[in-house]
Write a protein that binds this ligand. Structure first.
Ligand code: GLA
Length: 734
């Protein structure tokens, strides 16, 4: 049954997912009010919930009494300067210079399935999997229409929302703010979970109480950033991993964003998410439309774990390129931490030879193969082979690796240009810059102006050529600095506020073309590690290098935070050498392997330096990964113990969709001479099923494993890992 209900009499709308309802109603004055988002409800007319007389809150001009004020209403698309003093979701400056806006209801339409969003990555589905409700509102005076686009999924607790603004006036208007979603809550007894971080320590969960006033979670760096992920969860104070209400909001966008949480004077809460309004002004000519990216929303009363699994299923099945949905990703060796810039073909072939003997399937040639790149100060933009290092060129090298049984992958950082490069010398005007003002460098490089069509064309051709000529099966698409002096010479002075967004649109356009031209090339996103780990990039790159921090001890924390929104299948994760290059820590090879086996798996070390014993361990890891890959990439993911909880342990679990296969990763972070007892309670099993753990020869029922738990061994040393696998007894796989 179509899950969208419309009651024409009370002018109300309700969208139902299996476990949630999202409701709106048009007020007597034509404003679209938000009436409920949360657990399922059965009624439509919720007008009883509003209208309370308040002092110091203005009443709209046409309103005959003092009962109605936008300042106290819960709204779907709150405007500006028309009586609501909370943060607006849209600000438009019209041709008179006025920035007042109030959208009022006009019409709706409903259709099966979901439409693409012009120029933007967005979730997709079959016609029978979801339904879309579009509600059109108009601001009478600026003559701008707002089309609110909601898609509600039939079998998942997921709703997406975006906004299309259309200028139906006779003159151009300027969009100053256009949030993609706005959800209002009747109270503020909530906490906000966000994912802040920094380079090499991305997405470390933070949980803060709401308070009267405004909290802002943002990136203004031109990329979604290491510093804050485009995601917010709103939870009750009592919500934990397994219990309680949790709302998740995830933004399908890779540039500047702002998430806001505002608690009003009366204790209601407003959550907004969208393109960052700072440094953003979009000129909208007559009859033009502006499409915002979409926000993906989920609601559950089963805690943060269930919220994450909703996102995991959704992103795996309705956002990531379907080409990679069921294909196991190749186990790879990347030469970065093995050689950095110091390699040549002989060295790469040596690494390849070692790799293939251990069962590795692909060699990725990282930074340094092009131009005259010997360190990070030159040659970005010159995507021609470095003949000193690879005299015979890329194609013969790829051919030799193929003969050895290895696929090949390549690193590129297409959006950048080094100051010391042929490209910069030829086209200095191609980088983002403001006339007459010097450009800041970052890692000695400039950012190309992706707001320009000619630059985008050059980039597509450069990447296309590298991929086509040499037969690469994989591309690591990196981005190693953020934007500064954001000016574009081809755009007029009235359009300089569009560049941040046009940059992202340019990037999406190039990535889309590359994916279409090279459907079998696996693209791994990267930005100084996980600096652009967002759903927008995931649409093109089914996996993203999670962090430049490869220390297993820290990686398990980064992956823990990343899993709030993103499935293991999205996380690039490698075993690297010890002492670790970022932290100096030594962690056992076993634990390093286990930690890396939480996503797209690989190695990033000089395999030639491994002892025979270590090589045997690597072979075992590769076998194990092959055996468990399906479970890791497609199973349900459970965070069992938070590494930050102060218990000195961390544990996570993968459970197959039929709940019959279970893989548990347990890490004792600190060795204790006579440490506490650690009982691990599993999750997501069938209570009545009997599960067998072969290593210890145990057989227990699911309910016992979930409620009583299993005793974990006391291990010798810090960061010691224990991996175990259970299987329902009657199952014959494994
Ligand atoms: C970034 C990436 C690394 C590596 C280097 C190469 O920092 O995150 O994995 O590719 O660039 O310069």
């Amino acid at each position: 049954m179509m899950p969208i209900f419309i009651d024409k009499k009370s002018k109300s709308f309700r969208m139902d997912t299996p476990g949630s309802s999202y409701c709106m109603q048009v007020s007597q004055y034509g404003d679209l009010l938000h009436t409920h988002y949360g657990g399922r409800i059965s009624d439509m007319d919720l007008s009883e919930l509003w209208n309370q007389k308040r002092e110091f809150s203005p009443n709209p001009a046409e309103c005959g009494d003092r009962l109605y004020s936008l300042d106290v209403s819960l709204q779907e698309v709150p405007g500006n300067m028309t009586g609501d003093y909370r943060t607006p979701s849209v600000i438009i400056k019209d041709s008179t210079g006025a920035a007042a806006v109030r959208f009022q209801y006009e019409s709706f339409r409903v259709y099966e399935g979901k439409s693409e969003l012009a120029g933007l990555p967005s979730s997709f589905c079959g016609k029978k999997q979801a339904d879309t409700l579009e509600i059109t509102l108009t601001d009478t005076y600026s003559k701008v229409k707002a089309v609110l686009i909601y898609t509600v999924f039939r079998d998942m607790d997921m709703i997406t929302r975006s906004v299309r603004l259309i200028n139906e006036g006779e003159k151009a208007v300027y969009i100053k703010k256009a949030a993609s979603s706005c959800v209002e809550f009747a109270d503020s007894r909530y906490e906000l979970v966000s994912l802040p971080g920094c380079w090499a320590m991305e997405r470390t969960p933070q949980r803060k109480e709401l308070f009267q006033g405004r909290q802002v979670y943002e990136s203004r760096r031109g990329a979604s950033s290491h510093q804050m992920n485009p995601f917010l969860a709103l939870v009750r104070p009592e919500t934990n991993e397994v219990h309680g209400q949790a709302y998740g909001f995830s933004f399908v966008y890779s540039g500047n964003f702002m998430g806001e949480a505002e608690v009003s004077q009366y204790g209601t809460s407003r959550i907004l998410l969208g393109i960052h309004p700072q440094d953003f002004t979009w000129k909208l000519e007559t009859e033009e439309a502006f499409q915002t990216p979409e926000v993906v929303m989920t609601y559950t009363d089963q805690g943060l774990g269930a919220m994450s699994r909703n996102f995991h299923d959704f992103y795996r099945n309705h956002l990531c390129n379907p080409r990679w949905m069921d294909t196991r990703r190749p186990i790879l060796i990347n030469n970065w931490e093995a050689t950095y810039f110091d390699f040549n073909s002989a060295r790469l072939l040596e690494i390849g030879k070692e790799a293939v003997e251990l069962g590795i399937e692909m060699l990725v040639i990282d930074d340094g193969w092009f131009g005259k790149r010997e360190d990070d100060t030159s040659s970005l933009g010159d995507w021609v082979v470095n003949r000193r290092k690879l005299p015979e060129g890329l194609k013969p090298l790829v051919g030799k690796l193929r003969e050895m049984g290895l696929k090949s992958g390549i690193w590129m950082e297409p959006e950048m240009v080094s100051k010391d490069s042929q490209l910069y010398r030829k086209h200095p005007e191609w980088c983002l810059h403001i006339e007459g003002r010097p450009c800041s460098t970052g890692r000695s490089q400039y950012v190309l102006d992706l707001a320009r069509a000619d630059v985008c064309e050059y980039l597509f051709e450069a990447v296309d050529q590298v991929l086509s000529e040499s037969g690469f099966a994989y591309l690591k698409w990196d981005m190693n600095r953020h934007l500064t002096e954001v000016g574009s010479v081809l755009l007029g002075t009235d359009r300089q506020g569009e560049i941040f967004h046009r940059y992202v649109l340019g990037l999406y356009q190039i990535l889309g073309r590359i994916v279409r031209a090279h459907p079998d090339v696996l693209i791994e996103g990267c930005s100084g590690g996980g600096g652009r780990f967002d759903p927008g990039m995931l649409y093109y790159c089914p996996q993203i290098w999670t962090s430049d921090d490869t220390d297993a001890g820290e990686r398990m924390m980064i992956q823990y935070g990343t899993s709030m929104v993103y499935p293991p299948s999205a996380m690039g994760s490698h075993v690297s050498a010890c002492p670790n290059h970022q932290t100096g820590r030594t962690v056992s090879l076993h634990t390093r392997g286990m930690t890396a086996m939480t996503g797209g798996f690989g190695y990033e070390m000089d395999l030639g330096k491994l002892s025979l014993e270590e090589k045997e361990e690597v072979k075992r890891q590769i076998e194990a990964y092959k055996q468990y890959a399906e479970l890791i990439m497609h199973g349900d993911y459970f965070r069992l113990v938070n590494p930050d909880e102060g218990r000195d342990i961390c544990a996570w679990e993968f459970v197959s969709k039929d709940k019959k296969k279970v893989l548990v990763h347990y890490v004792q972070m600190r060795g204790r001479a006579n440490g506490p007892l650690h009982i691990l309670q599993l999750q997501g099993l069938l209570a009545a099923e009997r599960y067998q753990e072969k290593k210890a020869g145990l057989i227990y029922h699911g309910d016992t494993l979930m409620n009583a738990g299993l005793r974990m061994p006391l291990l010798m040393g810090d960061f010691q890992g224990y991996q175990f696998y259970l299987e329902a007894r009657d199952s014959n796989v494994g």
